[in-house]
Design a protein around this ligand. Structure first.
Ligand SMILES: [Mg+2]
Length: 256
């Protein structure tokens, strides 16, 4: 499941979600928590969830940072990666990080946008990409709300793509990496798993593309237009009012 807009809203529990997590655990359902958040580490997310009564282990939380770190280690090994990310580095253990002025880096990684992004360090990233470096997006989000709308990492990705002609590889949802990590962790196939989220594209369609059951909850960023399906698009497999309805839904579909 996704976290923000599903279990919590601005780190306050959405009614009934803590209890629903307990019920699912008691029923022996393996759970993993997948979030595109890059501004907090998995440990800080565990703490924030535990503070509002949602019991989660750090190892059950997969952030876009963890998914990116896993991807970088598997794909590039020891090759130094240039990072632009306004967030903690806790989830990047084992990744070789290039010096901030290294314009010969062969991998450029862009995460959460923020005050540490500057004309100078964006130019270093641009020079690397122009020289052939791979461009990696921790997630694709271009805008976020931080007491007013702000440019997020995806906006800088779009800019560097436009200027260089390069195409970024996105690691966070809706790309497959994060869902694959979750499935590997619970050792089950896509067909045996469901993804529950409030984002019709990042959560639901991203998971459905891999063969998971896609469940949309009507909380968080959900809007009624999410259920208007254009040609060639798939709708969610199930729509629930809120996460608290998940245990009842799950027993209703597994009884038969
Ligand atoms: Mg969400």
């Amino acid at each position: 499941m996704d976290i923000d807009g599903v279990l919590v809203d601005q780190w306050q529990e959405l009614p009934g979600s803590a209890h629903a997590v307990q019920v699912l655990r008691a029923a022996g359902v393996p759970l993993r928590f997948l979030t595109n958040t890059t501004s907090r580490s998995a440990e800080s997310i565990r703490q924030a969830l535990n503070d509002v009564g949602i019991e989660v282990e750090q190892s059950e939380v997969f952030t876009a940072g963890i998914a990116t770190a896993t991807y970088l280690k598997r794909t590039y090994g020891e090759i130094p990666c240039l990072f632009l990310n306004d967030g903690p580095r806790d989830d990047f253990e084992g990744v070789t990080i290039a010096e901030p002025e290294d314009d010969s880096a062969r991998v450029v990684v862009i995460g959460a946008g923020g005050p540490s992004f500057s004309w100078s360090n964006l130019n270093v990233a641009l020079r690397c990409v122009l020289a052939g470096a791979d461009l990696i997006a921790m997630h694709g989000s271009r805008i976020w709300n931080r007491g007013g709308f702000c440019l997020d990492g995806g906006a800088y990705i779009t800019m560097i793509e436009a200027v260089s002609g390069a195409r970024a590889t996105t690691v966070g949802k809706p790309a497959p990496s994060m869902f694959t990590l979750g499935l590997e962790a619970i050792q089950c196939s896509a067909e045996e798993a469901a993804m529950i989220g409030d984002d019709i594209n990042s959560d639901v369609r991203g998971a459905q593309a891999l063969g998971l059951t896609g469940v949309l909850v009507k909380t968080g960023k959900y809007r009624a237009t999410d259920l208007v399906i254009d040609d060639g698009q798939v709708g969610p497999d199930f729509v629930l009012d809120r996460f608290a309805d998940v245990p009842r839904w799950l027993s209703s579909i597994t009884e038969t």
